[in-house]
Design a protein around this ligand. Structure first.
Ligand SMILES: *Cc1c(COP(=O)(O)O)cnc(C)c1O
Length: 394
């Protein structure tokens, strides 16, 4: 018998919990797509997207998921035969590299493993050894598989120190509107993000952002896909050109509401501070459980940990029964393990703490996980909930 008849809690790192306000904003009749409100709504969205990304550059909205904008970003500034340096700290870094390879782009992959962030010195050494072939550096801000967050400002500094001209392209799909990100201040040339993680909207639209330097490169790049070309989308002669066809009308209404909540109401600084605090509560709980030696945070160095997602690993225990217990008995869906390094998927669970999340949801999740650990006799230290509570009230 399942006891779970209320609202299930999804602690997956995307899609994240959708606020009722966002759902309600989408629940309306089809709008006029030729003139009026929708055009103003879109302009307001673009302005708020600039704020979320910390840029005066151009955002482009695609009907797509994150995988699509990986391709969109590459397509606009690179061609088959060009070379990129791709930095990986988890499977998403490798994923972007694979897309580039399939597009005929030559990829030099530097894999930093799955337990700590980039080593900027190593990146600088690679760029110094380059004879001008590398056109772009591809980096992941937060890798959602390992839950490592990389210091993008430090990466930019390391690139600048070498005097290398490469574009810096960053995947912020997991981190945008969760963790501080300042595209212009940090010198990021191209950034990609999706709507279904920190932005709290059902999956379906995704974004590229680019600055003037990337635009210049783009103008000298031969485009082979009209769909991904950001040119007409950022300078549309007619409204439909923004989306290369029919606009994603109801996603735009949801997105407008979500950005109003994040930018105009809560404020980005508060959004970031909330995520930091909630992440610290997660780590406090997991670190207590870890005292018994069966499970622990994948990332040990606090500075390398994401405040959007936490990957928990076990060297000794199969965690599949815990996933099942949480889901079937209690209605808590944890993020599945994406295998990496020495870890198989069944040795991993992930806690998504991104987006529309509050302490009662977090504490409910911790208590459920702890009850599951107890029920399944998986060794775990005590005091996790109290430790999380202390963090939340500090
Ligand atoms: C989720 C995610 C992706 C992939 O996005 P999809 O919408 O699933 O295609 C890529 N990179 C990172 C860092 C992600 O978290």
């Amino acid at each position: 018998m399942s006891l779970s008849q209320g609202r299930d809690l999804f602690m997956t790192p995307g899609p994240s919990v959708i606020p009722d306000r966002v759902l309600n904003a989408m629940h309306r009749a089809a709008p006029n797509i030729y003139e009026g409100d929708l055009i103003e709504t879109t302009d307001r969205i673009l302005e708020n997207l600039r704020k979320v990304a910390g840029t005066k550059g151009d955002p482009t909205i695609y009907i797509s998921n994150g995988h699509g904008v990986w391709e969109a970003a590459l397509h606009n500034v690179l061609q088959a035969g060009d070379k990129v340096l791709c930095l990986a700290t988890g499977i998403f870094g490798n994923g972007w590299a694979n897309v580039a390879t399939t597009m005929g782009i030559e990829v030099e992959l530097v894999d930093f493993g799955t337990s700590c962030s980039f080593d900027a010195t190593k990146v600088a050494d690679t760029l110094r050894a380059d004879t001008g072939e590398i056109k772009a550096v591809l980096a992941t801000h937060t890798d959602t598989s390992s839950s490592i967050t990389n210091d993008i400002a430090a990466l930019r500094e390391a690139i600048d120190d070498t005097g290398h001209h490469a574009l810096l392209m960053v995947d912020c799909i997991a981190s945008l509107a969760c963790e501080p990100f300042e595209m212009d201040a940090w010198g990021v040339d191209v950034m990609v993000a999706g709507c279904q993680k920190g932005i709290m909207v059902p999956p379906g639209v995704a974004f590229t952002f680019h600055n003037a330097k990337a635009e210049q490169v783009s103008e000298n790049t031969k485009k082979t896909s009209p769909y991904w070309d950001w040119g007409p989308r950022t300078n549309p002669e007619r409204f439909y050109m923004r989306f290369n066809g029919t606009p994603p009308t109801h996603h735009l209404f949801g997105l407008d509401e979500a950005l109003t909540m994040l930018v105009d109401e809560e404020g980005l600084e508060n959004v970031w501070a909330r995520h930091t605090k909630q992440a610290q509560a997660v780590w406090a709980a997991v670190d207590k459980w870890a005292e018994a030696g069966a499970i622990r945070c994948n990332v040990s160095n606090i500075a390398d940990r994401s405040s959007a997602v936490t990957t928990v690993v076990s060297d000794t225990v199969d965690l599949t029964p815990l996933h099942r217990w949480c889901q079937d008995t209690a209605g808590l869906v944890l993020g599945v393990g994406i295998g990496f390094g020495d870890y198989e998927p069944h040795q991993i669970f992930r806690i998504g703490h991104m987006g529309h999340m509050n302490p009662v949801m977090l504490l409910g999740a911790f208590s459920t996980i702890e009850a599951g650990l107890s029920a399944l006799q998986i060794p775990h230290g005590g005091g996790a909930i109290a430790a999380a509570g202390r963090v939340l009230s500090s």
